[in-house]
Design a protein around this ligand. Sequence first.
Ligand code: ZN
Ligand code: ZN
Length: 409
Amino acid sequence: MNNELLEKYALLLIKTGINIQKDQILVINSPIECAPFTRIVSKIAYIQGARDVVINWRDELSSKIKFMNAPEEIFLEYPDWQKDFYVSNARKGAAFLSISASDPELMKEVNPERMSNSHKAASTAIKEYRDRLMSNKNVWCVASIPTVSWAKKVFPDLAEDEATEKLWNSIFKTVRVDTPDPVASWETHKGNLKKSMDFLNSNNFKYLVYKNLLGTDLKIELPENHLWLGGSDYTPDGVEFIANMPTEEVFTLPKKDGVNGTVVSSKPLNYNGNLIENFSITFKQGKIVDFSAESGYDILKSIIDTDEGSHYLGEVALVPYDSPISNSNILFYNTLFDENASCHLAIGKAYPVCVKNGENLKDEELAAQGVNDSFVHEDFMVGTKDLQIIGITIEGKEIPIIENGNFAF
Ligand code: ZN
Ligand code: ZN
């Protein structure tokens, strides 16, 4: 890949994504295959003022070896040194950049219970770190670059280098690196997302009603103090950042016990190297009471069975069917892209910042407002070309929000 584009992308991540501050620490979670790009990001971060760039290298093949061969009990533990790494850097005000790139089917043979135990042990141990990120106390950004195994899954008919090149170009398009001035393009994009947020916030909907021919028939209640967010986020000190690049969504949270009906997935979900396909979930008073999946049922079950909160929803997000990633007609098998091509929901933890003053509320106060808490937060796609979403205001007025997959306002 052409070096100029790579530098342009790295600069976009550091300036617009992370918005690095002078003397800030940057932590990068990076797959080892992405090292050449991560080194460029690291150099640019220093040039832009970072005090230290700490790279947490990950190797999914080594993780698989461990999942397949290590004794059961190791997945119930989380090492103190790793906890210290995340928590101490978070307390020092570090920014966290994660490069999301994985083989969508690598973990197919792994026992899902081992993965869910390991995920739970990690989430429990580094709760402080997770809470800080989910309430925007630390700046964070998730972005992607191709790996060969991922590119081959997205473009199976192409040779490895062609598939990788094509995935690079697709990613550059979604993050606007193909425009003359990506930083300026993002300013325009943020402005467009703000228009949707303003419409949704000014109507202060009490319910959203979803229907499509796939079989989705769902009514979602929104908490009284909910906020629709999208585009950029702000730390309590007012530092603007973009948590996901790309991002096309506007999102809020459902009232924990206010979801009723059935929702049917519209795209496969890649969960830690496993695919869950053609699934449906039924809710009663917020709680998942039934679910099915054509494939990956055990994985879906392990997500839902994680804890009490993973039986409830934590996010409601709207993305028009006619949007750049969706129009590319590429199934990325990576939630960062697929969720930004489709209306989606998330199982598990809600973002506290989706209720007014949420970042300053205690766990009990958030719960009282219907904000769900869980060790998981897993987005899944529900948007289709024929999706209809009607908003119902507190006064009972019905206003179309999504019609034939696109914004109706
Ligand atoms: Zn989302
Ligand atoms: Zn989400």
